[in-house]
Write a protein that binds this ligand. Structure first.
Ligand code: TMP
Length: 235
């Protein structure tokens, strides 16, 4: 296997493989918050996120959602389909929390009548600024049809995850997705699904089981990730 590094991000490293249609993803323990302002590590996060992402993508595939995950090859490594990444971060919210609660002056945990979809331009230097449909079309980040596909897939992912997690006594508060185009131009779900990019709250106690424990210095970060893994897989 070739080990040519394509890109190193905050939580993952991508490598070329011998197959030009596949990429190797390596999950690190590094954690950042506030667009890199806060840095740290979460012990074994890479191992747990690789397992949880594989679990969620498997669940989504069984429910008809096409995604880039192909196979897990080690504790921290998975092989995914090579895609052209669409430069958007797509945030889906069921309950007001985080930056939305702040922006609108709402208490965290305020229920909402409908899921909310937000789009951000994926650009670290600019701090991933929020954009709307007009910006996306005007800047050619994605086409109208692609945006419609992104919206439909996002809502489907939300339904599948929310319903599954309810049985595990977890509320899906919000999460971030990324998408790419495959070689035929089809929009495919990419990136990861883990406590790094989702807010998970215990349904009864509303205890946070996600990266907000790191972002907000709440303690018990590793235990929260372990608890999510246990609820999902029994591991
Ligand atoms: P926010 O409330 O801080 O905007 O975050 C909304 C959701 O998106 C939350 O589940 C965390 C996730 N997220 C990321 O995965 N990466 C990011 O860069 C940001 C800002 C949020």
């Amino acid at each position: 296997m070739s080990d040519k590094k394509i890109y190193e991000g905050k939580a993952k490293i991508l490598y070329e493989t011998d197959n030009p249609e596949e990429i190797l993803v390596y999950y690190k323990d590094d954690a950042t918050a506030g667009n890199g302002a806060k840095k740290g590590t979460i012990a074994d996060k890479g191992i747990m996120n690789n397992k949880m992402t594989a679990f969620f993508f498997d669940l989504l595939a069984k429910n008809g959602v096409a995604h880039h995950y192909l196979r897990v090859i080690s504790d921290r490594e998975a092989i995914v389909k090579k895609l052209t990444i669409i430069p958007l971060e797509v945030i889906i919210r069921n309950v007001a929390a985080g930056s939305l609660a702040q922006r609108l002056g709402l208490a965290e945990g305020t229920p909402m009548r409908l899921p909310v979809i937000e789009l951000c331009y994926k650009n670290d230097e600019l701090g991933d600024p929020m954009v709307n449909r007009y910006h996306v079309l005007a800047m050619n980040f994605a086409t109208d049809d692609e945006l419609t596909a992104i919206q439909n897939i996002s809502l489907k992912v939300n339904d599948v995850l929310k319903n599954f997690l309810k049985e595990k006594k977890v509320d899906l508060i919000d999460f971030k997705l990324e998408f790419g185009r495959d070689k035929d131009g089809k929009v495919i779900l990419a990136d990861e699904i883990s406590p790094d990019n989702c807010r998970f709250w215990d349904s009864d106690t509303k205890e946070k089981l996600d990266k907000d424990r790191f972002r907000r210095d709440l303690g018990g970060v590793e235990d929260a990730y372990k608890e999510m893994l246990r609820r999902l897989t029994g591991m």
